[in-house]
Ligand binder design. Structure first.
Ligand code: ZN
Length: 471
């Protein structure tokens, strides 16, 4: 089987067949940089990070473009509130976004264009739409004429008459039709502005993605991605602009991730339940967050809860501990070819529209089986299966560091949470036990081991000495 991807445009799963063989070109709508990234952004970011990684695993050369919307009403408003400039606000949140991306373990895009650095391309595209009769001027503004594009509504399956009926309440009298949208906005004093054939102004939101995706990827490209909330109007408008300009499809596949709620409620400023990526990662492992997100299929709605995240943390610990256990039991077997049967099973699940919940279930079944076999002392023969496990987990971005680093942080967190025992005390216990063992006082040595076990600590003796682990 080959990769099947659900295409919002056709409403069904399709075999992924990129335009240029061996090459996958993806554009994903990025964030508007006026505030911190939240957990809803993280879902979208992780969805497309996994698609990016999986396409590379399949052997594609991937060109992955994700933009920054760095000029927008919200940025301008924030600058006003803080007596700052739009540029400073955007700069601050782009920097923060990069920090969050690193913390989330996202692969860097091949291009990360900013709207403000593509004004020339945006102006050229709007000019082209004017020449083709798809855009019109009103004072210093330019609007896209939805009536000029017969395919309008094909992505969102919205009927233009219904849309117009709904829009009539807030209709702008200067527009020819209610659904027409701004390509260029004249600027008011104090707002960021660029010279244009229509006077000083700035681009509307939708046009930047049409201009930048085509610049970096050509038209059509293979996959256009984003959250479900972007289907209408943003992606519908991108299609209208780009296809009216070039008489070619904009993208072949439209991939959208589902909504994320928090404890069954929509995340919103008014409910005060917005969780930032930073807050979450201050309390949880990035790998736990990733595991949690991937345990729902990207198209399904997801309900986020701390309890769900705690469970994911246990699951990822179990995977990492299993690998660490194998590496200790059979260190000489660390690099062998991966078991092809297991990788095939993993690929089957991922080929089915990036079915990460089933891929994770497979990984977890394997973790259980490996532990059982290691209990039986059969570690040495498990090397190809462990290699396949590592490769599968790494392909969804789960093993980005050595198990030891992850487990050391787990120890630190455990120590911090435990008020009644310190690292120093544990080391003293181990020292007392060593002395007992030297004196062949096995009863005392066993008593200390049992006492520590009761506190949640396991001791492991090897030729290199005794180490302790959190149970
Ligand atoms: Zn976009």
């Amino acid at each position: 089987m080959s990769l099947q991807v659900f295409n919002t445009l056709s409403g069904k799963k399709e075999t992924f067949a990129p335009l240029n063989e061996g090459e996958a070109r993806i554009y994903v709508c990025g964030v508007t940089v006026y505030d911190s990234s939240h957990i809803g952004h993280a879902r979208s970011l992780l969805t497309f990070d996994v698609a990016y990684r999986y396409l590379m695993f399949l052997g594609y050369r991937v060109d992955f473009v994700r933009n920054f919307t760095d000029v927008d009403d919200k940025i301008i408003q924030r600058a006003r509130d803080e007596r700052s400039t739009a540029e400073q606000i955007a700069g601050r949140y782009i920097e923060e976004f990069h920090g969050d991306s690193r913390a989330l373990g996202l692969l860097p895009p091949t291009h990360e264009p900013k709207a403000t650095e593509h004004i020339a391309e945006i102006v050229a595209l709007i000019r082209r739409l004017e020449e083709k009769g798809a855009a019109y001027r009103v004072d210093g503004d330019v609007y896209f004429s939805v009536a000029s594009f017969p395919g309008y509504g094909k992505l969102s399956r919205k009927n233009i008459d219904e849309l117009e009926a709904g829009a009539r309440v807030e209709v702008d009298e200067r527009k020819k039709a209610p659904m027409d949208f701004a390509l260029w906005k004249s600027s008011k004093p104090g707002e960021p502005a660029w010279d244009s054939p229509w006077g000083k102004g700035r681009p509307g939101w939708h046009i930047e993605c049409s201009a930048m995706s085509t610049k970096y990827l050509g038209q059509p490209f293979d996959i256009h991605g984003g959250g479900r909330d972007l289907i209408f109007p943003h992606h519908e408008n991108e299609i209208a602009q780009s296809e009216a300009a070039y008489d070619l499809p904009l993208a072949r596949v439209w991939m959208h991730n589902g909504f994320l709620n928090i404890n069954h409620e929509k995340m919103s400023k008014s409910l005060g339940n917005i969780l930032s990526v930073r807050d979450i990662l201050a309390r949880h492992e990035p790998a736990a967050l990733r595991h949690y997100m991937l345990s729902s299929h990207y198209r399904s709605p997801m309900d986020f809860s701390e309890q769900g995240l705690d469970e994911a943390e246990k699951a990822i610990e179990r995977i990492i501990e299993t690998i660490a256990r194998f590496d200790e039991a059979a260190p000489e077997k660390a690099t062998v070819p991966a078991d092809p049967a297991l990788l095939d099973d993993f690929r089957k699940e991922m080929d089915d529209d990036f079915n990460t919940p089933r891929a994770l279930a497979l990984i977890f079944d394997e973790v259980r089986a490996l532990n059982r076999l290691m209990d039986e002392g059969r570690a040495a023969e498990l090397a190809p299966r462990v290699a396949a496990l590592k490769q599968s987990a790494a392909t969804v971005g789960l093993l980005q560091e050595a198990p030891a680093a992850f487990l050391a942080r787990k120890k630190e967190r455990w120590l911090k949470a435990k008020k009644n025992i310190s690292r120093k005390e544990i080391e003293e216990w181990i020292e007392r036990r060593n002395q007992a063992r030297v004196k062949k006082d096995w009863r005392e040595a066993d008593r200390i081991r049992a006492e520590l076990f009761a506190k949640g600590i396991v001791l492991e003796d090897s030729s290199g000495g005794t180490i302790w682990k959190v149970r």
